[in-house]
Design a protein around this ligand. Sequence first.
Ligand code: TRP
Length: 364
Amino acid sequence: MSKIILTGDRPTGRLHIGHYVGSLRRRVELQNSGEYDKTFIMIADAQALTDNIENPEKVRQNIIEVALDYMSAGLDPAKSTLFIQSQVPELTELTFYYMDLVTVARLERNPTVKTEIGMRGFGASIPVGFYTYPISQAADITAFKATTVPVGVDQLPMIEQTREIVRKFNSVYAPVLVEPEALVPETEAAKRLPGIDGKEKMSKSLGNCIYLSETADEVKDKIMKKMFTDPTHLQVTDPGHVEGNMVFTYLDAFCKDEHFERYLPEYANLQELKDHYTRGGLGDVKTKKFLNSILQETLDPIRARRKELEKDIPYVYEVLRKGSEAAREVAAQTLSEVKSAMKINYFEDAELIRMQSEKYKPAE
Ligand code: TRP
């Protein structure tokens, strides 16, 4: 069986380093691994609209931001199909049919949707489109017969819902759809990178992000001046805490042993650095400078590619247009299989027309 990747993001803002360690970095590795027959990366504008009814312009503006972030981070249109969800209308059609396979009670149990409803303050006024977006996400995934969906842990309920729809469809109709597997980040820090203020999650609304597109100075300022460390670590000589200290949380997500050789050769690895900090005698400026070197090294090539891409925005739109066309072809093929399994392929079914003619033939 072919191995196929599909994943994507809602275009509601620029991507930040939480997205990068949580999923983007992995996608680029998978794309380059040569182990997958196809990689589809989708900008989920239709899903973004389900809770941005008042903000169509925001979604429109962020399509290009996300596309630039993707391509700058290393997603390569020669290897991956980059496309826009709304430009593949087959996905909407699949969604409508899958709705028959899911109960309202099942949607109610989705923990991610529950949390989001609370966060967005929908109260009793939940848009039906928002409520049902897990079904549309199942269409996104199954339309491409994806086997592998690299996502953050918050997306696991969507993959579970997709798997249920696939099993139901295949048992009720015919074995057309493929059950996908989620691929989540390996380390805790990569799973849920907190904001620079140490708050729950890096998020635009909390203003605690480091964006992939920020300049070197902006990133440095955020680390040196704003990053939350250990409020009890007042003097360099004081023993410090690494838990809840964002410098160490970010080092967990970004630091490799080779970074020590380059920037802090007096330590062999992160554990040694942590031990020293915990004992006392290691200052925040030093750990922050180290983190800054690592982040700059990670972000430099991303920024450089972005600068190049920004010179030719029509090219980026062209990539998305071509990608959307290619995605449409694949989705149309699946839709056609789905429709014949559901017996709604009247005009392609010569046998049906022949039988009906037989049935209605006037008596001799
Ligand atoms: N729900 C994802 C997000 O909020 C975006 C998304 C839409 C997606 N369809 C998908 C992710 C299919 C993976 C697979 O970012």
